[in-house]
Design a protein around this ligand. Structure first.
Ligand code: H79
Length: 602
């Protein structure tokens, strides 16, 4: 009896400790900030903002991508200006003296903020400390900072904060919390050229002495609106929780990106790619050339039109776009970046209404030539590529339509349109009333003003001969138990959206589609496969079958596009496009990203 009680007590304590541990690690006040309600409240301004400026500025602006006369570059991170210390394996003893040459006397915070404002950006995120370990503000924690270690006797972050307040922009700080090449104890992507013995490194020493107190002082001194952490490899739950606690104790309203690690952030941060389908609140960060930190030799600039289309694409998925500039060691934003942002600003002046404070596309899957954003009773139809036949075919909405007009037309002259198709579920704009060409090379915006909040009339994908359509597994019906759609990113660095675990040959997927008229399509499939090479599958649609043999893409993470053949859709009928395995040689049939229907114009 006594033993039984003791045993029960031990079991009770054990079970209790399982439940209590994760709660005890965070105090109540901080834990409360993780609630969905709290998160939504915090993200209120951020969700309306849509467009922000990323600034990568640090000691790396001095070498500007060159070391001892050589252009330092390579694959992936090796080509990045801010990674020069890591790529060229520059010892701390040689890198530190760069500070003495860093005197950005032309820095004018108001100028930068005015540029952001001109581009219609609503917030700025600037590097307070990148992986090089150098603080770009007046830090009491480490003397390795711009005020103490350089001839430039000013605090750029304090000046930027003041300018942002003056012009009404929000300000956030990037802080590399795990990786720090200046510190012998930091791990992750660590400095192995000065300190090769990884086992001798105790990251807690680095966290306690530098990272935690610096994040705390950023909060205390500058009251930032966002803390933007970078890649969270080598960080344990309790370490991420410490960062969280430090920030949220000072300011429960401070937004934190997902890279804090261990699932504690407010939003996802895809880097250099736009997710095909949105899962959560997200912010895409992107460069204007191929580097974040300034590099003399990188002149591979994006066109303003590309930036505009990215912004629209992201807004149509209810995400934000954080576009980077890398100022020089003199303190100037490169003229090429200034020009691009000014061009984007011109477009935004005319079309901004279709971007800010909008919702995601409510119409379901649209052709690749069109995007849709929505606000109140309006649908904004963004036309990227002017339709070949001057016809614009859109999936229908349930609402009555009040008016269709061009956003750029101040008089809002109504354009005529027709609801077509048997059940009246399609809209076709009359070709006679559309302008003969695009009003802007990047994007021309049509407004469909409705009665009430616009709602799609059908969940079915409308397929038509006037555009290419991409079918994503996220929108498919999965017929199976094991087969599943995986969502999300890996630290923001790679897109994890894909159909996985196709091990059962009886499981398959399908997309309900509709056509309004007869059309021919080429079909392409984008997938990754390695183990299952030579397995077979089939696409079935309207009594036609396209057989495919699974090819080797090199790895189950490397995606490639393959042409499967052509099909003819008769029109008028609703049907389902199916993808079925015939046999699976080994592992998973394939990891699917998308199937594309490309019209063949006779
Ligand atoms: O600040 C900018 C970049 O410097 C930073 N994020 C944006 C916002 C960035 N972090 N990581 N990367 C860019 C690329 C990282 C690549 C990695 Fe690796 C692959 C890290 C670990 C595997 C290359 C190979 C570096 C270490 C091993």
């Amino acid at each position: 009896m006594k033993y039984d009680l003791q045993f029960r007590f031990i079991v009770f304590v054990f079970l209790f400790s399982l439940f209590i541990k994760p709660i005890l690690a965070l105090d109540e006040q901080v834990a409360a900030t993780l609630s969905e309600e709290n998160r939504k409240e915090r993200l209120d301004w951020w969700q309306d903002a849509r467009f922000g400026m990323f600034i990568h500025w640090g000691l790396y602006a001095v070498p500007a991508g060159r070391w001892k006369g050589e252009h330092v570059t390579g694959e992936g991170a090796r080509r990045l200006g801010e990674w020069i210390m890591w790529t060229a394996k520059i010892p701390v003893a040689e890198y530190e003296p760069l500070a003495k040459q860093f005197n950005p006397s032309l820095y004018d915070a108001e100028q930068w903020v005015k540029l952001a404002k001109q581009a219609s950006m609503k917030y700025i995120v600037i590097t307070a400390k990148h992986c090089e370990g150098f603080a770009m503000y007046d830090s009491d924690v480490s003397g390795y900072n711009i005020v103490d270690a350089t001839p430039f006797d000013r605090d750029p972050l304090a000046e930027l904060k003041k300018a942002c307040d003056k012009y009404g922009l929000k300000l956030g700080f990037y802080y590399s919390h795990v990786w720090d090449w200046h510190e012998p104890n930091a791990r992750g992507s660590d400095n192995t050229w000065d300190w090769p013995d990884r086992n001798a490194k105790d990251p807690n020493i680095y966290f306690e002495k530098k990272a935690y107190p610096q994040v705390a002082e950023l909060l205390q001194k500058y009251d930032p609106d966002i803390i933007w952490f970078d890649v969270p490899t080598d960080i344990r739950r309790e370490q991420s929780e410490r960062f969280l606690s430090i920030i949220r104790k000072y300011d429960p309203a401070c937004i934190i990106n997902d890279r804090i690690g261990n699932g504690l952030g407010d939003y996802e941060s895809p880097e250099q790619y736009i997710p095909s389908v949105a899962n959560k609140d997200f912010e895409v960060c992107m460069t204007l050339n191929d580097t974040w930190g300034y590099k003399i030799d990188d002149v591979n600039w994006k066109s303003p039109d590309t930036v505009i289309r990215n912004l629209v694409d992201i807004a149509s998925k209810a995400g934000n776009y954080l576009v980077n500039v890398g100022p020089t060691a003199e303190g100037l934003i490169p003229p090429a970046s200034v020009r691009i942002l000014q061009e984007v600003g011109k477009w935004m002046n005319q079309y901004g209404e279709s971007i800010y404070e909008t919702h995601a596309n409510p119409l379901g899957n649209l052709g690749e030539h069109v995007r849709c954003t929505a606000k109140d009773d309006k649908l904004f139809i963004h036309i990227f590529d002017w339709p070949e036949r001057d016809e614009l075919v859109l999936p229908a909405i349930q609402n009555k339509i009040k008016k269709v007009y061009l956003l750029a037309d101040q008089r809002k002259k109504p354009l005529s349109y027709k609801r077509i198709g048997k059940s009246g579920i399609f809209i076709r704009l009359d070709s006679a009333t559309l302008p003969a060409a695009a009003l802007h090379p990047a994007d021309t915006v049509l407004v469909i003003q409705c009665e009430g909040t616009p709602q799609a009339a059908s969940q079915t994908t409308l397929v038509d001969k006037t555009y290419t359509i991409t079918l994503h597994p996220a929108q498919a019906t999965i017929h199976g138990q094991k087969l599943r759609y995986n969502v999300g990113t890996l630290h923001g660095l790679s897109d994890r959206n894909r159909l996985v675990n196709w091990t059962d040959p009886n499981e398959y997927i399908g997309w309900p589609i509709q056509t309004i008229r007869k059309c021919h399509f080429k079909i392409e499939m984008n997938y990754a496969a390695a183990k299952s090479v030579n397995s077979e599958c089939v696409i079935e649609i309207d009594n036609q079958k396209l057989h495919a043999t699974v090819m080797n893409t090199g790895s189950e993470n490397r995606f490639q596009t393959f042409s499967l053949g052509t099909v003819t859709l008769q029109g008028g009928e609703s049907s389902e496009l199916l993808l079925k395995p015939i046999n699976i040689k080994k592992g998973s049939l394939l990891n699917l990203r998308s199937i594309k229907l490309i019209p063949i114009i006779p």
